[in-house]
Design a protein around this ligand. Structure first.
Ligand code: FE2
Length: 424
């Protein structure tokens, strides 16, 4: 064997398993592997999982918070304004340098698949060019999908549609859009239709930023669902954010959820950004800007979690941890039920893989040996602790290793001290 990982705790299995790897593939998963290998790792009963999948990130904007200025209102619109100012000074080198650093952070935290958006609204298209180059340069470390994303809208400038088409010609993988950012409802519908037409013509997937607002009148995800059903594109279509759904009246939301289920739409919620960007003008009581995650999960709609931002004009924090995103969403979307905690782990692994249409993903014999060893005994603990990722294994090779923090002083570590405290 090229590598053996022993004593692995796998989800839903009581007995610890050994995993044998050969030629970069998972050769066997069995309780006691008699073969040996020069490279053996003892997982010691820790949780071994398929890598995390981040289905929504903006790698062209990462690590730019404060440059050229910080977002003082904390709103989505000021974020877009600052990004517009930054675009004028960007170079391909800066984009690639920051994106690579953020990719390494994500890998260190256990992510080996990322879908990134690349802004197509600057005529230079250096954002797209930079990320396409990077996709090739990092392919031994991580798989990247690139969405051609018109941040300012398709119809808010005369050359929006042409720039989008050029970005797709250059090699972006997926068609993006942002209907709620167009000037009118009619232009928003045209934004959705444009994306579907491009995707149909080119055989691509669609992933739109849609209804990312507190406005309960923003209803473009219904247009996406209708087009998905009518064009027979189920499984290829993703709606990202859909925060307005939080504020829809319940009668409309009930109808909409049924249509989304029928269309087999993939839904991405982005807890970091949307917990701080949406509903800032509410006063009190203040609604939270998350889509209806629990209601969608109950209906069997595929929902997953995206990181969205890492230190950019929209969200100044973040370290590339999908477990941290799951922990945050657990609190803000009321997902603390025992079964729901397991669903949260699915939302950063299996559900995201489905959204990205990944084949060759999962801990199964014959699949590529991409896996992670977490410093946790089960998925609930992983989310509770936002655990370190001890090992990241890519195609059967360790590409990142993390030593967990060690506590070197504990005032209650000796029996004498405990006795002393109790006597007191
Ligand atoms: Fe986004």
């Amino acid at each position: 064997m090229e590598m053996i990982i022993r004593n692995c705790r796998l989800r839903n299995l009581i007995e610890l398993q050994d995993i044998g790897i050969e030629d970069g593939k998972i050769k066997t998963i069995t309780p006691r592997l008699t073969s040996t290998s020069k490279v053996e790792i003892d997982a010691g009963g820790k949780l071994v999982s398929s890598p995390f999948v981040d289905p929504h990130l903006h790698l062209d904007a990462v690590l730019s918070a404060g440059n050229p200025r910080y977002n003082t209102s904390g709103t989505l619109l000021e974020g877009i304004q600052i990004w517009g100012e930054r675009k004028k000074t960007l170079t391909k080198e800066i984009i690639k340098k920051n994106a690579l650093k953020a990719i390494k952070w994500e890998i260190a935290n256990g992510t080996l698949r990322i879908r990134t958006h690349a802004d197509t609204t600057d005529p230079s298209l250096i954002t797209v060019e930079a990320l396409i180059e990077l996709r090739e340069e990092v392919k031994d470390l991580i798989d990247l999908q690139i969405v051609a994303f018109p941040q300012d809208g398709i119809f808010t400038s005369p050359d929006g549609a042409a720039l989008m088409a050029r970005a797709l010609d250059m090699g972006a993988d997926i068609v993006g859009g942002i209907p709620h950012n167009e000037f009118t409802r009619e232009d928003g519908v045209a934004d959705v239709l444009f994306a579907f037409e491009q995707a149909e013509k080119r055989g691509l997937q669609v992933d739109l930023h849609v209804d990312e607002t507190g406005d309960e009148q923003s209803r473009f995800v219904e247009v996406m669902a209708k087009e998905t059903i009518n064009r027979g594109m189920s499984g290829r279509i993703t709606a990202s954010h859909t925060t307005a759904m939080h504020n829809y009246n319940n009668d409309y939301a009930f109808k909409l959820l049924g249509i989304l289920k029928r269309a087999e739409m993939n839904m991405v919620t982005n807890p970091f950004d949307n917990s701080v960007l949406q509903n800032r003008t509410d006063g009190y009581p203040r609604r939270r800007g998350h889509t209806r995650v629990d209601e969608m999960l109950e209906r069997g709609i595929n929902v997953c979690i995206g990181h969205d931002s890492i230190m950019d004009p929209w969200y100044p924090m973040g370290k590339g941890s999908m477990l941290e995103g799951a922990s945050l969403l657990m609190h803000t979307a009321h997902l603390s039920g025992r079964e729901q905690v397991g669903q949260l782990f699915d939302m950063i692994t299996l559900n995201s893989a489905r959204t990205m249409n990944l084949s060759d993903y999962g801990l199964e014999t014959g699949n590529t040996a991409d896996l992670i060893i977490l410093d946790a005994e089960n998925e609930s603990d992983a989310i509770r602790l936002k655990s370190e990722c001890l090992y990241v294994i890519r195609k059967g090779k360790v590409i990142m290793e993390t030593k967990p923090a060690e506590r070197i002083f504990d005032p209650l570590s000796t029996a004498e001290r405990i006795d002393f405290k109790l006597k007191d």
